[in-house]
Design a protein around this ligand. Sequence first.
Ligand SMILES: Nc1nc2c(ncn2[C@@H]2O[C@H](COP(=O)(O)OP(=O)(O)OP(=O)(O)O)[C@@H](O)[C@H]2O)c(=O)[nH]1
Ligand SMILES: [Mg+2]
Length: 460
Amino acid sequence: MLSDTIAAISTPLGEGGIGIVRISGEQALEVVSRVFKPKYKKDLNRAAGFTMHLGYIYDKNNKVIDEVLVSIMRGPKSFTGENVVEINCHGGLIPLKLTLEAVLQAGARLAEPGEFSKRAFINGRIDLPQAEAIIDIIRAKNETGLSSALNQLGGKLSEEIRKIRHDLLGLLAAIEAAIDFPEEDLDDITHQEVIEKVKTISQILEKLINSFDQGKFIREGINTAIIGRTNVGKSSLLNALLGENRSIVTDIPGTTRDTIEEYVNMGGFYLKIIDTAGIRDTSDLVEKMGVERTKEIIRKADLVLFVLDISVGMTEEDQEILSYLKGKRTIVLVNKIDLNAHPKRKAEIEKWIHGFPLAYISAKNEIGIDELEELIVSTIMKGKVLPKGDLFITNIRHKESLTKAFHHLTEVLQGAKEKMTLDFLSIDLRGAWEALGEITGDTADEDLLDRIFADFCIGK
Ligand SMILES: Nc1nc2c(ncn2[C@@H]2O[C@H](COP(=O)(O)OP(=O)(O)OP(=O)(O)O)[C@@H](O)[C@H]2O)c(=O)[nH]1
Ligand SMILES: [Mg+2]
């Protein structure tokens, strides 16, 4: 399969300045030579790597399709490790389609989705986390997501995993030496030493696993729900955070009927903010449905902004909503501080919401919004979260393999404490070593590879 030459359109299908048809394979230069005529009589087959050539692409009737720039990357110094040619056409659907067609007729085969990256992996140019980082870069929704993906592309995750696997292998070797040559009485590894080493590795794995929540935030954005009674200013808050009048605001309770979603970038995070219909009388039957829906929204949210109205204070409904928020990442917002509320109100509210971070704002007059944004970011960063710039796991596949490895090591620890034989412990140690190898691709099977690369777009 690696011996044939593949081709695909690598740029999005639409109008643009340029569009690229990419060709990779041993025969890439020969294939393109059959349809390309250089303007300056230079033989493409003999052109050096990292050169560009102006000329024309011809169809089978010798008719010009487009004027193009052809760039040449000779293997192994190319993305795929093979000879790669990129035909830079004018960025329109017709020149690109006709150019691709001509290249296919000249002997290339249409590439599968992700096949260029798969070849890069098979030829040892990149490992699996690096291949996956490419998709993350393409799909990055904010700068933090981009820089975390770039870290991964740079090989930071693979480096960390390889280090851990290396340590595990060292441990396995020591155990095997003790098993194979027991009479030699070398410095045999003790159960205590196994426990200490495995504990250290487990802690590193645990930290990486816990970073996944944060990684998910970076990759997919943070589901943020604005919750509260009717008329407290939820829609006004959404508008203040967006800096535009997106949600309808009136003094009529029940203005927002359907949930409204908007996206905001905040401190490097990507927030998907949901403005909800306000909760009214919770004893009313119809409104009970609203309550159920609100509970569902709370359940799905990564962060809840619970809005109170200082001119009204903490009502029974507010207290009920508060009871749904136990254990949820929540910020309580006391809105309408521009109104002259009784000073006792603040103390009253603060008594109720103990534990949750609190901010006083006026959504309508945009008072306290910058401070609120800072509070939102620090609330997201709190808890399990790693400091910025540290290594994040963003990929569920990586998390699953790390968790598998972690469980194996837990078994090792348990077994070592119960003084199981070293032979027995080595089974789970090997299991952990293999699970980690799935991340880098060192022990990945064909099925896994197919699944990973099928997620790519054509031409990548
Ligand atoms: N004085 C003052 N009024 C505000 C403030 N924020 C919102 N309001 C007013 O409160 C009323 C309700 O605001 P909305 O943003 O529609 O409230 P809501 O919570 O979305 O209401 P529903 O969608 O009906 O649940 C409007 O008249 C707003 O102008 C504020 O900070 N100060
Ligand atoms: Mg509203």
